[in-house]
Design a protein around this ligand. Structure first.
Ligand code: ATP
Ligand code: MG
Length: 365
């Protein structure tokens, strides 16, 4: 439900960092936002808070919030250079993910519910909305991102520092375990091998500056998933479910897994929500049940990020290597656009509201 925090963030999104040409909300620079009804306070994270530029930014923020809330509310904006990166490798190479502002995991409890489909289209939709986006496939047993992104058989190049360069596809920087590991051989890998491979893979890659790195997880909520989600500090998780009872029960486990490691659940996506025959517009068949994910989201008090219909264009796009979010074909393309907006909205809220200490705690766990 939209509240005053949303209006404040919307106002702050009008303040743009001229050098990076992105607004300060998108850059994750708004922190410690508090609203007690009569007083709003926030901190903007800037490299050097002592400059005239910093004072200008603070003044712009104050003006923007005051304009939106009207008179009678006290607004105070502080600047700070305490750099609170949301994504930094915890290992021996602390700079590995330093340019990555937010890592978002796409997960489910049950297999085959459309995680990879959501990860791919979320990444492409975000790229089309102007974000710098990376996509990483951590499913070493059944990597499907290369096929869905049309880069099957691609081999990432290595730069002079012997770091992997992601493969560009549909405006997204992509890396898949499938590029490096033969899935037939990986079947015998055990949990610790998988997590150390994923960790190395993430930190040996030259991601560059990214607003978002979307991480596609293997199905399940077991040991392997748990260790993978701990290889990178996550800004949040997106849980995918179909409306079926069995899928919802597993989605609930997925939510619990992230809560256990203090990763915010950004929301639930309902996939295969309904089928609408193209020749019968308006006629919806709820093949797997109706509204299950909406009820689960309500019950767990997390947002429902979107409802994706069952569609032939979507299935064809998955097999054909050109995601619907890139072609704009079908209803699902529009739904993914909305999901991408909702996800980033939730990320902005988390950045602004979560106490910094907690982010650090997640970071170095
Ligand atoms: N809404 C949809 N409409 C039509 N087809 C879909 C839809 N969602 C997914 N699919 C199809 O279902 C298949 C499985 O989806 P996907 O690979 O995204 O699931 P997954 O959850 O990642 O599976 P796994 O658990 O194996 O990783 C895809 O090949 C895709 O073609
Ligand atoms: Mg998958």
């Amino acid at each position: 439900m939209p509240d005053r925090i949303d209006s404040i963030l919307e106002a702050l999104a009008r303040v743009v960092d001229p050098e990076r040409r992105k607004d300060i909300v998108r850059l994750g620079l708004v922190r410690d936002l508090r609203d007690d009804g009569t007083r709003v306070s926030l901190t903007v994270v800037l490299d050097d808070p002592t400059t005239a530029f910093a004072r200008t930014v603070a003044a712009q923020c104050e003006d923007a919030v005051r304009q939106t809330l009207g008179p009678g509310v006290e607004v105070s904006v502080a600047t700070d250079n305490r750099f609170v990166p949301l994504a930094t490798d915890q290992g021996d190479d602390p700079g590995a993910l330093a340019g990555v502002r937010h890592v978002i995991a796409v997960a489910s409890g049950k297999g085959g519910v459309g995680k990879s489909t959501v990860a791919v289209n979320l990444a492409v939709a975000l790229a089309r909305q102007g974000y710098d986006v990376g996509l990483v496939d951590t499913d070493i047993y059944g990597p499907s991102i290369p096929v869905m992104m049309g880069i099957e058989g691609a081999r990432p190049r290595v730069n002079e520092q012997r770091r992997l360069l992601p493969v560009d596809a549909h405006g997204v920087r992509v890396l898949s375990m499938g590029f490096l590991v033969d899935p037939d051989r990986a079947v015998i890998w055990r949990g610790p091998m998988v997590s150390s491979a994923v960790k190395q893979f993430l930190s040996d890659t030259e991601w560059g500056e990214l607003d978002v790195l979307v991480m596609d997880l293997p199905p399940g909520t077991g040991d392997i998933q748990l260790t993978i989600v701990q290889t990178a500090p996550l800004a949040g998780a997106v849980i995918v479910s179909t409306p079926q009872k069995v899928a919802l029960a597993d989605a609930r486990k997925g939510v619990a897994m992230f809560q256990q490691v203090d990763v915010p659940v950004l929301g639930i996506v309902e996939n295969m929500a309904y089928f609408e025959p193209p020749e019968l517009p308006g006629r919806r068949y709820h093949l797997f049940g109706e509204g299950g994910a909406r009820r689960l989201a309500q019950e767990l008090d997390v947002p429902l990020l979107g409802e994706i219909p069952i569609e032939e264009p979507l299935r064809e796009a998955c097999d054909g290597g050109i995601p619907v979010a890139a072609t704009g074909l079908g209803v699902a393309a529009r739904v993914f656009d909305g999901i991408a907006r909702n996800v980033m909205h939730q990320v902005a809220r988390r950045d602004a509201l979560l106490p910094a200490a907690r982010q650090v705690e997640i970071l170095y766990r």
